[in-house]
Design a protein around this ligand. Structure first.
Ligand SMILES: Nc1ncnc2c1ncn2[C@@H]1O[C@H](COP(=O)(O)OP(=O)(O)OP(=O)(O)O)[C@@H](O)[C@H]1O
Ligand SMILES: [Mg+2]
Length: 363
């Protein structure tokens, strides 16, 4: 049988991506094949930098096996990361540069949204992605404290554009840069809207794979304005194991669904405490609420993050655990969270047929 692009495409249509769980043709992981006699070169688009290396090797083996079964002698697979994203519709196109906006949200205060947001951003960056962090908690910005002194402070250009600060390689914008620490910020709805408009439209974010948005607790002006201004690709909901927090998350999910922000999944923070001295495992706030909640609302459960002094210290000292103790078990949990969220997001995007560019109508 002669090998053609069509027979290769047909064979690869039966190859399942180990992370996405779907075939690589429908999900556009397969890009092209070049055939020269018995040699075949297959190019793949890995949809996120957070795709694990073990899965990438497995995917390459599956592709090689499928193409060799067609009679190819030598198969070369080139797998480049091409971050999956959906270009914004024209009425929500003010944000230039970031491909995907991921919001970190919770129904309640103090559950660890900002902690998850900074560590998720740094974990995606450690995986190799270009990442920005928008502190959208205009009422209680904590990102500047959590990330410490910037390598490069934010600045304004002559034409009133804002250049974001750089912290540990992340591009960061926070209202905390522009108001005095401790100053109670009382923003009303229209002011919140204008401020976010500026943070999204007037900031030179540059080319980013992900912009992580740390949200204030609950469902108020910030959530509403953001969803009106830009497409939010998905949200990571943070909960603690107690019942009260879970009730709040259910409310948050309902609101997010109303404003068309897809929930990528739920992470349970402060799940348990493992004593570093004796290894004793203690479930201080009970256990398993996040998982139960995810099942109830049909969301993906991203896992549990324990209470860890180094997580708290990392947030207070400007050196979040993902970079402060990069080899620790809990830094690894954040790396896995980043993979789960990025894969879930890529799966959502790739499950939809690619929007064809609109043809210009010539009158
Ligand atoms: N897994 C954890 N282990 C230990 N401390 C944690 C953990 N997660 C968060 N913390 C600590 O709990 C406090 C609250 O966390 P954080 O500020 O991230 O919550 P938040 O939901 O963003 O709060 P807010 O609603 O005020 O914005 C911080 O001091 C943080 O360092
Ligand atoms: Mg916070």
């Amino acid at each position: 049988m002669t090998i053609t692009e069509a027979t290769i495409k047909e064979a690869l249509g039966k190859v399942v991506d180990p992370m996405l769980g779907q075939d690589i043709v429908t999900y556009r992981v397969y890009r092209t094949a070049e055939i020269q006699g018995d040699d075949v070169l297959v190019r793949l688009d890995i949809p996120t930098h957070a795709y694990p290396n073990t899965a990438r090797r497995e995917l390459i083996v599956r592709v090689e096996t499928a193409v060799k079964a067609l009679g190819a002698k030598r198969v070369t697979v080139i797998a480049d990361v091409v971050t999956a994203f959906i270009p914004p519709p024209s009425d929500k196109a003010m944000l230039k540069g970031p491909k995907n906006v991921i919001a970190v949200a919770a129904g309640k205060g103090g559950v660890g949204k900002s902690t998850v947001a900074v560590n998720l951003a740094l974990a995606l960056q450690r995986h190799g992605a270009k990442v920005g962090l928008l502190d959208a908690d205009v009422f209680g910005p904590s990102i500047p404290t959590m990330l410490g002194a910037p390598e490069v402070p934010p600045s304004a250009t002559k034409d009133s554009r804002i250049t974001p600060a750089i912290h540990h390689g992340l591009k960061v914008i926070s209202v905390g840069f522009f108001v005095d620490k401790g100053e109670a910020v009382v923003w009303r709805g229209p002011m919140v809207h204008r401020l976010l408009q500026q943070f999204l439209g007037d900031v030179d974010w540059g080319d980013l794979d992900y912009l992580i948005c740390d949200l204030p607790p609950g469902t108020g002006d910030v959530q509403l304005s953001l969803s009106q201004l830009i497409p939010i690709a998905g949200s990571v909901m943070v909960t603690t194991p107690q019942e009260v927090s879970i009730v709040d998350v259910v409310k948050g999910i309902a609101m997010f669904e109303k404003v068309e922000i897809p929930i990528l999944g739920i992470v349970e923070n402060m799940s348990y405490y493992k004593c570093p001295a004796c290894g004793h495992h203690d479930e201080i706030f009970s256990h398993g609420g996040g998982k139960r909640l995810a099942q109830e609302v049909g969301a993906t459960f991203f896992g549990e993050i324990p209470i860890d002094t180094r997580i708290r210290f990392g947030g207070d000292s400007g050196m979040p655990i993902v970079i402060g103790s990069p080899d620790s078990e809990n830094a690894e949990l954040f790396m896995k969270l980043a993979t789960s969220a990025a894969i879930k997001l890529a799966g959502n995007i790739l499950s939809k047929p690619k929007r064809s560019p609109r043809l210009a109508v010539i009158k």
